[in-house]
Design a protein around this ligand. Sequence first.
Ligand SMILES: NC(=O)c1ccc[n+]([C@@H]2O[C@H](COP(=O)([O-])OP(=O)(O)OC[C@H]3O[C@@H](n4cnc5c(N)ncnc54)[C@H](OP(=O)(O)O)[C@@H]3O)[C@@H](O)[C@H]2O)c1
Length: 260
Amino acid sequence: MKDIAIVTGASSGIGKAYVRELSLDKNGYEQIWVVARREDKLNELKSDFKDDRIVPVPLDLGDRSAVSDISSKLSSGEYNVKLLINCAGLGKRALFEEQSVEALGATLDVNCRALTLLTRVCIPYMSKGSGIVNVASSAAFLPQPTFTVYAASKSYVTSFTRALSVELKPSGITATAVCPGPVNTEFQSNATDGKSSEFTGFRKLIVADPDKLAKASLKAHKSGRCLYVYGISQKLLHVVSKIVPVSLMLMFMKVNKEKK
Ligand SMILES: NC(=O)c1ccc[n+]([C@@H]2O[C@H](COP(=O)([O-])OP(=O)(O)OC[C@H]3O[C@@H](n4cnc5c(N)ncnc54)[C@H](OP(=O)(O)O)[C@@H]3O)[C@@H](O)[C@H]2O)c1
């Protein structure tokens, strides 16, 4: 049996940082499957990290056949999935009614559907000591006007992962939901359709480095944590979100909505 790691969203940002981190572990995995749409970026990972164990798996996780493709690859029976990192994700910052049905569907399909089904497909190929890292967000802690579906999708990821971690405990498989705040990646540019490539306001002051996040979250995962909130500011937000009633916080959230 070959020990493998599977990382989705590996073509950039946090997913790429996870691949870098796994690549440093020369004895941990015989193969590292890297999943995303941009095949050129996946191919570059091999040379970037000088690691022949990296196997590009170009797939659109918004496509309903993508998870079946991975399932078919695993069904040869020669693989032990030692680590699954569900990192692929997206979200649009805009009023809900201004987002297209297609964009909303893609957010749900990648952030929730593919993450859930890929996890389901991988578990039969896992064994004691295997792990699942699901990248959620501190957006999971509170409803977020103008980021409604993204925040709700990340609440789903957190809830799903925490419950799953209990179910998997007897099998010796650890599941961890990772909740970072703003991270310096392509995410913000994609979320604003290229209008803003950097975080603004207070978010700019707390933006995290993807490499540091990947390293710290893998350490937390190995220690058996089912929820890992990254960074002091996000830990504080997590505590506040548990103490202050959501209805009260929503009263202070405003959106600029122009009348059409
Ligand atoms: N950056 C932040 O501030 C932040 C904060 C909290 C949580 N997160 C979460 O962290 C995760 C990684 O985001 P990031 O910050 O690294 O952003 P990113 O640089 O935009 O990376 C997103 C990754 O997801 C992949 N992806 C998107 N749609 C896909 C699809 N349909 N099929 C396959 N892969 C797809 C992208 O690859 P392709 O485009 O090549 O397909 C890319 O590799 C996401 O789940 C995000 O929600 C980010």
